[in-house]
Ligand binder design. Structure first.
Ligand SMILES: [Fe+2]
Ligand SMILES: [Fe+2]
Length: 268
């Protein structure tokens, strides 16, 4: 099983300065073309939130048009920039999205149980799961006795040292931590939101954030932190599962870089 995780594509329609500065729709188009044509072709794709920038209908229409070109199944999560009702309405071919309530769901049919959570707190930069969703998560974890689980969510439950981003936090992280601590079947928690590749050991579980298909957040840690974006390359994550070795994660660039040397060129 090979899962591609794209995140924080922040699709915007033409017409304002930010759209011109970031060209996010072009960047997502590049990512879709890359996944359709690359050697390491994924079986499925998760997009971990901030699908669009201003939560506008025309952005979702554009986003949906681009993502429809993916030649493998794709699964959408809500981030703080998203509007869950518009996601449901415009991306209506994504029939796994619940018709009401949080956009939380299970993707089955794979060697790991894949659970998507919804941290969107309408109109706020922070995230929240809420007690109903946490109860649902607990039930899903309790009934999975055979396979390991991957949790997908937009807001990470840990602080990163990027202090201005950390303020846009998962406000019920403590309650989430209590739930996941009660289960030993969670292999990975995969998040977005930070626009950087960051890993930590959270409650004994490898927990990480995915870079953006568009712009990355400036790496300024601790007191040096000031919120800003940098033109580092668009990136995504590839989560590679085999029976022998379990889940291993690679980060990859959307751009294809030239190969400098291969074994058949001879020993150097
Ligand atoms: Fe974002
Ligand atoms: Fe976000």
């Amino acid at each position: 099983m090979l899962i591609a995780q794209l995140s924080d594509c922040h699709v915007m329609v033409d017409g304002d300065e930010a759209a011109e500065l970031y060209r996010t729709a072009d960047r997502l188009n590049d990512a879709v073309t890359h996944l359709n044509t690359c050697v390491n072709r994924p079986d499925l794709v998760f997009l971990t939130g901030d699908l669009v920038n201003y939560a506008q209908r025309e952005e979702y229409v554009l986003f949906n048009e681009i993502i429809s070109k993916l030649e493998m199944p794709s699964y959408l999560l809500a981030g703080n920039h998203d509007d869950c009702d518009l996601m449901r309405e415009v991306c209506n071919t994504h029939t796994y999205l619940p018709k009401s309530g949080p956009l939380a769901y299970v993707v089955d049919g794979w060697p790991m149980k894949l659970i998507a959570l919804d941290t969107n707190l309408h109109g706020k930069p922070q995230g929240e799961l809420g007690s109903d969703q946490l109860n649902w998560l607990e039930k899903e974890l309790a009934k999975e006795t055979k396979r390991k689980v991957i949790l997908f969510m937009h807001h990470p439950p840990f602080n990163t040292g990027l202090t201005t981003m950390d303020e846009m936090e998962l406000i019920d992280a403590a309650a989430f931590g209590d739930v996941v601590s009660r289960y030993d079947n969670i292999d990975r928690i995969l998040c977005g939101h930070l626009h950087r590749s960051i890993q930590t050991n959270y409650k004994g579980i490898l927990t990480q954030t995915c870079p953006s298909t568009s712009h990355q957040v400036h790496l300024l840690l601790g007191e040096a932190n000031e919120l800003g974006t940098v033109r580092e390359p668009p990136e995504y994550l590839l989560h590679y599962w085999t029976e022998e070795d379990g889940l291993v994660t690679h980060s990859d660039y959307v751009k294809q870089y030239p190969v400098i040397w291969t074994l058949k060129d001879g020993v150097q």
